[in-house]
Each structure stands twice: as structure tokens, then as C-alpha cells.
Design a protein around this ligand. Sequence first.
Ligand code: GYE
Length: 308
Amino acid sequence: EEWMESAVARDTSTKPIVLGFSQLGRESAWRLANSTSIRNAAAESGISLVIKNAEQSQTKQFEAVRSFIRQKVDVIAIAPVVESGWDGILQEARDAGIPVIIVDRSVDVKDTSLFVTTIGSDFYEEGVKAGKYIQDRMRNHPGLIRIAELQGTSGSTPSIQRGEGFRSIFETRADIIFSQSAPADFTEDNGKQVMKEFLQVPEDERPQVLFAHNDEMAFGAIQAIEEVGLKPGEDIIIVSVDGSRKALEILASGKINAVVECNPLLGPQLMQATKEIIAGRTLPKRMVPPEDIFTKESAGREMYNRRF
Ligand code: GYE
């Protein structure tokens, strides 16, 4: 009898932690690197990972969370596609007694005790960095400066906060106008399409600056700019966010002028947090990885270090 009990006890203590992760989609190199980082870190730390991809649908994310609840996973992680609408589903997880970690983007809920912690970047600061670069780059430019903006997914934290951080730099500048701004969902195709529309204005109304909320939209925009016979990086100064290797290569070639880093390699921190929750430790409410900005000078050096 006794040995049986201890056998059961030992089995329980060596049973791997099960983590259910609702990833929001596959729209960018950033996202693919984020998923890979989480898969690798889970394997390395002996955590059993169940990952579901929601293809940009919040409803699918709800379904994923409900399936994790039915499977009785130990911890749920969510990379939320948009900020709003999470109160109910997080309550369902709480009722089931399963702790939730928010990864990458944020949720906007009344009761922040519905999640343990958020692991992700300071997107407002990324916008500030992009704005400061443009301010400096355009400091000797005479007359009005028209800025076009390719936003990410509407209602997503990085799009909201990158936009706000960027604008905060130009609040007192009457010579800077945001002439065009529209969402392009963080994808290359939409970036190209929306930029094409932006360029269908009289020549003297074209933007001199483009702020793309991620690299892929900048890649699409570069094609659109070249198709109307303009030089990206010269006729239109371009800043993007993320810092994939491809973006740094294009930065080195001069068609993008600056890339603000956004770190997708959140896997190790997520596994660490998962283990600490299971061990009953208290975590800070927010964990932010350090990030930089790349320019033509640093791109050549940095691109070989990129892991995505
Ligand atoms: O910048 C973009 C991706 O949420 C930080 O989502 C992430 C953003 C990233 O599609 O490329």
C-alpha cells in the first residue's frame, strides 16, 4: 500500500507542467519568431506546450482558451490580437482555477487581477524612438512635413501605443502634419495596397515620411513607392518597427532609414514565469525586454546577430 502511494506521489511531482498558449496569428516574421521561441523554450524547460493559432480571430482565441480549460492545463498564456473584450473569457479561466499570463500585446480589462502578469514590449517607447529619429532626421527640412502612417491591426496594443508614442514627439510642431494614416494589419500585402492609395494624391501632397508600425508593411510600401518611380529612403524617409534580418538588410541598402527593435524572443521569460506561478511565487505585473533602434550604420553589424 505504502509504496503504491509514494509511486503515485513521485509520478505527480515529475509530471510536466502543461501550458496552453493561444497565439494570435502568423502575420509577420516577428510572429513566427515569437512562436518558435516559445516552442523551443518549452522543449528546453520540459514544459508540455499546447499551442493553438487563432489566425487573427479573437473568437478563435476564446475557443482555444475554452479548450485549454476543458483539457485542464496548468497555466494558460494568451497573445491577444486586440485589447478589448477579454473580461468574460478571463473570468472563465479564473472560475476553472487556471492562472493566465498575457504575452506580447495587452488586454484592457476592468479587473487586472484576472491575469498574473504581462510579458511584452513597451510599444509606446518604440513609437517615441521612431518619432525622435524622424525629428532629428528632418531637422533641416524647410516648410511643411507630411507624415504618412501605416498602422497595424486596429485595436491592437502595438498599433495604438506606437501611434501615440510617435505622435507625442510632434505635439508642439505646427510644421508637421499627419497627412495620411490607415491600418494595414501588419502584413506586406496590405502595406503595399494602402501605400498605393496614399500615393494617389497630387505630387506636391505626397508624404515625405512614412512610419510603418512593422517591417512587413514597410516592405510592401517600398514596392508601392518604387512602382510610382520614387526612391524609398530618399524621396520618402521610412521608419519601421521589429528588426527582422530582412529589415536590417534593406536598412543597410538604404531603402529603409531606421528600424526600431521589438524583441519577439519571449519564450524563456514565459517558461520562467510559468514555473514560478506553479511554484507559488509572486511575479511583477509587467515584464519588459530591453530594446534598441537600428540605423544604416549599425545595420551591417547587427544583421548577422539577428535570430529572426
Ligand atoms: O510588431 C508585428 C506583429 O504584437 C509586437 O505584431 C507584435 C507585433 C509586431 O505582427 O510585426
